[in-house]
Each structure stands twice: as structure tokens, then as C-alpha cells.
Design a protein around this ligand. Structure first.
Ligand code: 5GP
Ligand code: MN
Length: 344
């Protein structure tokens, strides 16, 4: 059903999993719902179905809003909290599974440990440009909603049916797919609905997943989202929108990581807007999120102007003061000139 999942690749994966001892399951820096869901699900399958010593190793701690996706039963190491432990875990693993990113560089703090490891490595991902040479086995296609969906089809085949997967594994996959598609709004394929249908038929509580993702925010988020849309959204004559979430605004609204999830999508609701950018000021850079309508490439914009990449219509990157722009206050001018050039 998914062309990159061939029976010979499944056989190779099965042999790697059967033959291994310790496994590290890894995803990208700034982990999102798909990174959390796919790593949680892989780890649960390895531990509960195969009895393996598997742990999730992430470059950074999960934001509060998606922490529910990682069940307490999954051993989890975060490189920003315990870098030595994370690196040691990778060094002693006899198999590495990388999910929801196209290569080592997207794991930032874990990159050196991955390069130093000579364990076989498996990539399961849906981004463009998979770094094939870094892996012994690659399952990769952009023609799928999420890494969680791709993993679902792989695990279903390995386990011999949806119902053979642990309930917590199915729930994590459901959450990962739901967040990456923005609840079936983007990157949805026939296979995505088939996955949802099979998960619900097998008793997965989608209502609970939806409740956790969309109905448990703090009041601050709602007030901040309203403020950004009414006061900070700038529309350009070229059909773009951008917003800058400065440190000052973050402090005023008591902002926490993850609380502007979905904000960058909002301006695309305007007929004239084909590209939307959100810049969020961090300690050493501005993090950039880009979304576009069909026919305009968010990915190209992120690659050309923001040191980044991603998917055709959902991408990201960063802008570094002292490197790309003199100071944070120059971001506005940089963005406007980039948009003018890109959309000309
Ligand atoms: P978000 O805007 O939600 O942070 O990211 C949207 C998409 O862009 C995700 O698929 C993410 O993997 C990708 N992305 C975000 N930041 C970067 C980056 O710095 N580099 C690359 N290559 N991709 C990114
Ligand atoms: Mn993803």
C-alpha cells in the first residue's frame, strides 16, 4: 500500500530488530507531536512485542502541551537535561532507529554521538532529501501524512495486525498523525484515513487524543494567539503574512514552548495570503516556522533564507543575529526583503 514499504525491506528490518540488544529510538530537535508519537510507538513495540531493551533519546525535552504523548512506561533520555547519559546510551546501542527527520544533522546535540556509532541505523521518515548514506535501511516517502503513519504501516505488517500492537503504541501513533496533519487539515492521503479508521476500529480512543491535544491549553495561549493575530500580524503586498513573537511579548503573556502551536497556519485562512511566517525569539536566534498554500514552496523559502528545510508546504529554520542579520530588531526588514524577492 505504501510503495517504500517493500517485503524485502520489512524482512531486513525484522532481521535487524530480532538480532539486536540495546536500541536507541531518536527524533529531531524541537520535538513535535509526530516526533514524540513515532518514537514512543517504536519504543513500545520493541519493548512490549519483542522484549527489547529500547529507550527513546531526544535532543530536547518535550513541551508540556505534548508530553502526554510519551507514556510513563517509555524510558526517555533528553540530551538538553542529561547530555552524557544520552550520548552513552547511543554509544552502547547495537541498533539506532531515527524517526521524523531526514538525517543526523536534524538531531543537533546528538549528531556527534550518531556519527561516532558504528551500529546499524534505520531511518523511518517523511521529509524530503533523506540522507541515505547515513543508514543501513531507509523507509522514506513524502507521500504520507507523518512519520507516525509510516511507522504504523510498518509495525502493523511486522506485528501481523493492528490489534497486535499495544494500546499505548496505537494511541501514540494516532496522536503523532493527528498533530502532524493538524487534525486532518494538511498532508492527508487516502492511507491516512485508512490508518485512522483501523485505529478507531481497534479501540483506540481518538476522543481522548483530541481532548489532550486541543482542549488542555492554558488560558495564556488563547490570549497570546488573539494578541498576535490582532496586533502583530503583518500582511505584505506580495500575498504573505508574518508575525514576530519577541521576548518582550513572550514575557508579557507568560509564554511557554509549544503554546503558539498552529498560530503560523492562521493567516493562510485569508484569501490573499499564500505564505505565512512566524518568527519566535530564542536565546541565540529567531526560530522560523513557514507554511504555504499549494503552488508556493515553504520548503524553498526555508532553505534559501532561513537555514532550514522541511516539507513543501510546512517548513522551518532559523535566523541568527550576528550572522544573518545584525540584530533581532533587523528581522522585520530581512523578512520583508526575503518575501519580496521570493514571491516576485
Ligand atoms: P515547525 O514550523 O512546526 O517547527 O516545522 C515544520 C516542519 O519544518 C517540520 O517538518 C520540521 O521538521 C521542519 N523544520 C523545522 N525547523 C527546521 C530546520 O531548522 N531545519 C530543517 N531542515 N527542517 C526544519
Ligand atoms: Mn513529522
Amino acid at each position: 500500500m505504501i510503495p517504500c514499504i517493500t517485503s524485502s525491506k520489512l524482512e531486513s528490518l525484522k532481521a535487524l530488530l530480532d538480532g539486536t540488544g540495546k536500541v536507541s529510538v531518536i527524533a529531531h530537535v524541537h520535538p513535535d507531536g509526530d516526533a514524540a508519537g513515532s518514537t514512543a510507538a517504536m519504543c513500545l513495540y520493541l519493548r512490549e512485542n519483542l522484549g527489547k531493551d529500547a529507550a527513546v533519546v531526544l535532543p530536547e525535552t518535550l513541551p508540556d502541551s505534548i508530553r502526554f504523548i510519551m507514556p510513563g512506561s517509555v524510558p526517555c533520555l533528553f540530551a538538553d537535561k542529561s547530555p552524557e547519559e544520552a550520548a552513552a546510551r547511543i554509544a552502547e546501542s547495537s541498533l539506532i532507529v531515527l524517526l521524523d527527520c531526514n538525517g543526523f544533522s536534524r538531531t543537533e546535540g546528538l549528531c556527534a554521538a550518531l556519527e561516532a556509532s558504528d551500529a546499524p541505523k534505520v531511518l523511518i521518515d517523511h521529509h524530503l532529501n533523506p540522507q541515505q548514506r547515513q543508514f543501513s535501511l531507509v523507509f522514506s516517502t513524502p507521500e504520507i501524512s507523518s512519520a507516525s503513519e509510516l511507522l504504523y504501516w510498518i509495525l502493523k505488517a511486522l506485528a501481523g495486525g493492528t490489534e497486535k500492537l499495544p494500546a499505548a503504541c496505537r494511541t501514540a501513533l494516532c496522536a503523532g498523525m493527528t498533530t502532524d496533519t493538524n487534525n486532518f487539515a494538511n498532508s492527508v492521503f487516502p492511507s491516512t484515513f485508512a490508518m485512522a479508521s483501523e485505529l478507531i476500529a481497534s479501540g483506540t480512543d481518538r476522543d481522548a487524543v483530541i481532548g489532550h491535544i486541543y482542549q488542555e491549553y492554558r488560558e495564556n495561549r488563547i490570549r497570546l494567539m488573539g494578541y498576535m493575530q490582532s496586533r502583530e500580524m503583518v500582511l505584505t503586498p506580495d500575498g504573505a503574512a508574518y508575525m514576530i513573537l519577541t521576548k518582550d511579548i513572550q514575557e508579557r503573556f507568560g509564554y511557554r514552548e509549544g503554546e503558539t502551536e498552529g498560530l503560523v497556519n492562521v493567516p493562510l485562512a485569508i484569501r490573499e495570503v499564500r505564505l505565512s511566517i512566524l518568527l519566535t525569539e530564542k536565546e541565540d536566534c529567531l526560530r522560523v516556522s513557514v507554511r504555504s498554500k499549494k503552488g508556493t514552496s515553504a520548503q524553498q523559502l526555508a532553505v534559501r533564507y532561513f537555514n532550514g528545510g522541511g516539507h513543501e508546504n510546512a517548513a522551518g529554520g532559523k535566523l541568527v543575529p550576528g550572522q544573518d542579520i545584525p540584530e533581532v530588531k533587523d528581522a522585520r526588514r530581512y523578512v520583508e526583503s526575503a518575501l519580496k524577492e521570493f514571491l516576485a
